[in-house]
Each structure stands twice: as C-alpha cells, then as structure tokens.
Design a protein around this ligand. Structure first.
Ligand SMILES: Cc1ncc(C[n+]2csc(CCOP(=O)(O)OP(=O)(O)O)c2C)c(N)n1
Ligand SMILES: [Mg+2]
Length: 379
C-alpha cells in the first residue's frame, strides 16, 4: 500500500519518542520520501529542518496545512491517536484516504478514524519490520503541492508573525528569536495556552526529545516544575520554559526550589494579562462573551526578587534580542538582596531568568498576542 500510494502522508506522534523509534522513523521518511506532519506531542521526534517536514498539528495549524490530509490517498499514522485537535470534524476528515495506523494502545485504533490497516504494536518494532519492505521513492509532484502550501503560509502567516509590522510584540516573534538563537537545540518546556501553540509553531526543534509540554488534558502549572525536572535530568542542555502568565502563577512557588537547589533552567513568561487561550475560545466560539479571562497580574519582577531571583522587564522590540542573549549567556548571578554569607550570596551555576511579555487588553486571537513589555529575571 505504501509503495503504491500516489499521495501518502505520514503523521508522527508521541509514540515514536516513547518507543525510542526516532532513527527508524527518520529512515522510513528518508527512504520513502513521504511528507511528514507532527502532532503537538510528536514534535522533536523528527528534525524540523528535514526536507519533508511541513506541519505541526495543533489547534493553531493553518488551513493550508490542515488541508493536505484532505487530498492524501494514504495516511500513515505512527504512535498517535487522531484526537480532535488533529482531525477537527470527523465526518469530513480525510474520508478519501486509506489509513495505516501504528499504535500501541488498542483502544485508540478505530476509535476516531477507521484504520484500513490497524497495526497494534510498539512503534519501533513496527517500523523495524516495515523498513525493509518499503521501496525507496520520491514524491516530487506531491511534495510540490506542499511547497506551494508552504509558500502561501509563509507569505500570509509566518512572515507577518515573525517580522510584524505592527508596533506591538507578538509571541510568535519572541519564540522565533529563541528558536534562532538556540539553533533549535534547546529543550523547550511549555505550559498550556496560546504561548504553547506559538511555541509549537515557531520553535524549530532540531534535536530529539526536546519538546516537553502539557498535552492531552493540558494541565496549567506544568511547565515550571517540568523545566526544573528537565534541567536536573539533562544538566548539559539548555532548558527554556516558555510559560503564560496564568500558568506561571499556578506553580510559581517553585522559584523557591529553583533557588534552593540552584537549578539552571531559564524561564520566559509570555505575559499577555489574559488567560489567552480561553479568551480566544470566547472570542471565536462564544460570540465574544468574555468572562473571567482578563487578569490583573502581580508584579512578576518583584515576585522573582522575593525568591532571590533578579528580574527585569523590556518594553520594546529593539531590546528583545539583547535580553534573550543575556539570558542565554547567563551562567551565574548574585541573588537580589543578598548580604553574603551562608553560601547563598552567589549561585555559581544558577541560570534562571524570566522574560515576561505583556500585551494589552482587547487584543488576543490566534497566536497574535500583542506584547508591550518584556521581563527579565536573573538569579
Ligand atoms: C489547571 C488548569 N486550569 C484551567 C485550564 C484551562 N485553560 C487552558 S489554557 C488556559 C489559559 C492559559 O492562560 P496563560 O497561562 O496566561 O496562557 P496564554 O493562553 O495566555 O498564553 C486555561 C485557563 C487548564 N488547562 N488547566
Ligand atoms: Mg496569558
């Protein structure tokens, strides 16, 4: 079926990472030349820069990228579960395509999308069995359709998102900068909300096992402790938490743990003064009946300083890059208010730094958060 397919499309899910099948998956993609899209949790299973990688499916994937499954003749889903964020309306989703579904959880097979070929297996085992059977191919015409989509998306969405002409800052441009400045090699931890969607779209993961996010039920408050755990588990890698102002307030007491145990994760707060994603839902699906989504936030700089973590705030675009560079270069710091003694006056390896981005009321919408201020926090 794979060898004969004219318009095959691979959907990469978290199962590839869980089973450690990144090499097998990459070999499959490179051998078959089939374009790939990743689910939110499948990000970093496959380098974003590879020729065939096109889309991230999450709530904010653009129409052009969502449209390709609608003309694919074959979907090859690996370690993913066709949740509603991927499929949208099941009545219309990829009805024309045949589906090969490799999935370890039998309850996910045929649950949402009927599989033509259900393969209830560990992704690594299944891919190892599959690899010798697939033919080396190119799908140039099919890939050209993607390239055209990509061109349109770049022109209509991405370019404006990463180089906005409007004076207000956007989450997308900040994430894009972080991606460029870390060469896509950091472990990036996100919480739940618009900042998470912006990160999934604009951070270009080049290294595997680098996307840590609260998927599935999406629990706010996840990112800060998850970033701490990531840094402890991978002390030699750059770990950057990108967090919303709402989610940050759910577990910000962990700044105390960060200080106490000198955990060198870095923190970027994309502060829009809203529970942005919920507001966006109210805007798009509930006739703009805004309720309980605007937040009068505390002074995050003062809070960080209260935990002996220094902080600062940047208000305009011209300063973001320098601020991020300082954050990335940061290896140690003198905690605010320290009077010395007790070994606390200096943290040799502390590298905590928050970068808060604020945007004003009334803005919102799909990853277009206006940003007025930017906070920097130093331990
Ligand atoms: C513990 C918890 N409570 C509520 C929600 C529902 N929820 C999803 S996104 C969101 C808003 C997040 O706001 P913020 O952290 O500021 O991120 P933004 O969307 O503004 O980037 C809420 C309330 C959730 N996912 N988890
Ligand atoms: Mg917010």
């Amino acid at each position: 079926m794979i060898n004969a397919a004219k318009k095959p499309y691979i959907l990469a899910g978290h199962g590839i990472l869980i089973s450690g099948a990144q090499n097998e998956f990459r070999a499959l993609v490179e051998k078959t030349g089939i374009p790939v899209a990743s689910t939110l949790l499948g990000l970093s299973a496959f380098p974003a820069t590879t020729r065939c990688t096109w889309a991230t499916w999450a709530c904010t994937a653009t129409t052009v990228l969502i449209s390709k499954p609608m003309s694919a003749t074959l979907l090859i889903a690996v370690g993913m579960r066709f949740d509603d964020r991927v499929t949208g309306d099941l009545k219309t989703y990829a009805r024309q395509a045949r589906v090969i579904h490799i999935e370890i959880d039998p309850s996910e097979i045929d649950k949402n999308v009927k599989a033509t070929v259900p393969i209830n297996a560990d992704a690594k085992e299944a891919l190892n069995a599959l690899l010798p059977l697939v033919q080396a191919k190119r799908h140039d015409d099919w890939l050209n359709e993607f390239k055209e989509c990509d061109r349109i998306e770049h022109e209509k969405v991405i370019e404006k998102a990463i180089n906005p002409s409007s004076p207000e800052l956007k989450m997308s441009e900040v994430v894009h900068l972080i991606s460029e400045m870390t060469k896509g090699e950091a472990i990036v931890v996100t919480d739940v909300g618009q900042h998470q969607m912006a990160t999934s779209r604009y951070y270009k993961y080049r290294t595997t096992k680098s996307n840590i996010t609260s998927g599935g039920l999406g629990t706010m408050g996840f990112a800060l402790p998850a970033a701490m755990g990531s840094k402890i588990g991978q002390p030699d890698r750059e770990v950057i938490a990108i967090i919303g102002d709402g989610g940050f307030q759910m577990t910000l007491q962990e700044l105390g743990t960060i200080f106490q145990f000198n955990i060198g994760c870095k923190i970027v707060i994309l502060n829009n003064s809203f529970l942005g994603m919920v507001r966006q839902w109210q805007q798009l699906f509930h006739e703009k009946r805004y309720s309980c989504t605007e937040m009068t936030n505390p002074n995050f700089v003062a809070i960080a300083k209260g935990f002996n973590i220094e902080a600062s705030k940047v208000a305009d675009r011209d300063n973001i890059k320098a601020a991020l560079q300082t954050m990335l270069d940061h290896q140690g710091a003198v905690p605010a208010g320290s009077s010395g003694g007790e070994g606390r006056e200096r943290i040799p390896d502390g590298a905590v730094r928050c970068l808060g981005i604020e945007y004003t009321a009334g803005v919102g919408g799909v990853c277009c958060s206006r940003v007025d201020d930017l906070l920097i926090v130093n331990p």
